[in-house]
Write a protein that binds this ligand. Structure first.
Ligand SMILES: Nc1ncnc2c1ncn2[C@@H]1O[C@H](COP(=O)(O)OP(=O)(O)O)[C@@H](O)[C@H]1O
Ligand SMILES: [Mg+2]
Length: 286
């Protein structure tokens, strides 16, 4: 096990009339280098689970494990954990507080006490990683960037800690189609080229489906399905009952298969669908 939980339960405001069981008995494990999705309807516990994975919340009961070791409550250990597991919050640019892109990204490495030349190097590398030219953007005011650029700066700010795991809470919320595509390309590169373990939560499956190795499905605080992406995405009806729809091309492939056409259904992009339909035409003899 690389990262996971054992019977993780989280109750907000326990012992009050407002007590909410946000997670109940959630157990799973993910391997190093995986691209994992946490999906589930609004209020199912995705954000709560994500905050546990880098030690921001304490379990009401159960445990969070990283490299087989339970995440403790020791402050020193938690700081070390947060350097290795980077968390990009939902709409992270809402938390910008610096006057320049440079200072925004430099904040975390400066906090580590790194000397200024190392900080400078980290900022430049992080900007480059997210596809922004350091010279062009370092002195810009973070609030005056486009929505897509803000999101990239927020990601660069987390990359500046050089984490091994990157967790994103609903990374594409509020972005237009082009910025979404850019972001998914970046996530793919971080996972496949740099070897980072990537975990993202989302309540709709769009482009994320094509990238996933494994999927966790939450509903009302419970883990209701977990496994390799292909197995989970084949459970179209169960997902639908939870209000989760597959990407439109996948829905179409399922409908073709249900009509008896010999197509595979684990198809998540238009390009794959085109190939599969061409193949089908070759194979199909009515
Ligand atoms: N800070 C909080 N205090 C009290 N209840 C909360 C808090 N955050 C979330 N909840 C409740 O916990 C449940 C799970 O919420 P959340 O983890 O935000 O789900 P999701 O991210 O899937 O929308 C919901 O019922 C929500 O209302
Ligand atoms: Mg959420």
């Amino acid at each position: 096990m690389f990262i996971g939980t054992e019977k993780l339960t989280h109750t907000y405001m326990p012992g009050t009339p407002f007590a909410t069981e946000a997670l109940q008995d959630v157990s799973f494990n993910l391997q190093q280098g995986e691209f994992a999705l946490i999906i589930g309807p609004s209020g199912s516990g995705k954000s709560t689970l994500i905050q546990h994975l880098n030690g921001l919340l304490r379990p009401t009961s159960g445990r969070v494990l990283f490299e087989g070791i339970a995440v403790g409550s020791n402050k020193h250990e938690l700081l070390r954990l947060r350097r290795r597991i980077g968390l990009v919050f939902q709409i992270p640019e809402e938390q910008f507080f610096s006057e320049s892109v440079f200072d925004e990204i430099a904040f975390a490495p400066r906090n580590l006490g790194l000397d200024e030349s190392e900080v400078e190097k980290r900022v430049n590398e992080s900007l480059e990683k997210v596809g922004m030219q350091a010279e062009k953007f370092r002195n810009r005011h973070p609030f005056r960037l486009s929505a897509g650029q803000k999101r990239l700066v927020a990601i660069a700010a987390v990359l500046s800690l050089q984490p091994e795991v990157l967790i994103f809470d609903e990374p594409t919320v509020g972005l237009d189609a082009i910025s979404r595509k850019n972001l998914y390309n970046l996530l793919t590169a971080l996972n496949q080229k740099d070897g980072l373990t990537v975990i993202i939560s989302t309540h709709h499956l769009d482009q994320a489906a094509a990238l996933a190795d494994s999927v966790l499905v939450l509903n009302q605080g419970r883990l209701v399905m977990a496994g390799p992406a292909e197995n989970i995405f084949n459970k179209r009806k169960q997902l639908y009952e939870l209000g989760l729809t597959l990407p439109p091309v996948t829905e179409i492939m399922h409908e073709l298969a249900e009509k008896g056409l010999p197509v595979k259904t684990a198809v998540y992009t238009l390009q794959e669908a085109r190939g599969e339909i061409k193949n089908m035409k070759r194979r199909y003899k009515p």
